[in-house]
Design a protein around this ligand. Sequence first.
Ligand code: FES
Length: 65
Amino acid sequence: MYVCICQAVTERQIHEAAWRCAKTIKDLRRDLDVTADCGRCAGCAKQCLREAHAAIESELYAVAA
Ligand code: FES
């Protein structure tokens, strides 16, 4: 699913950026140009990044257990 229409950035790309240590919207903007145009995707991108971090945490816990 597209999160940022202007830059054609998908949820999957945001998850991959999170794995590469993207922590904030600023990081997503630097890595993928998310919010670089109209900025309407900021809220959705933040939510997507939060979900990505939660998924990463749970995967890391599963590996450690
Ligand atoms: S939808 Fe992301 S900058 Fe416009």
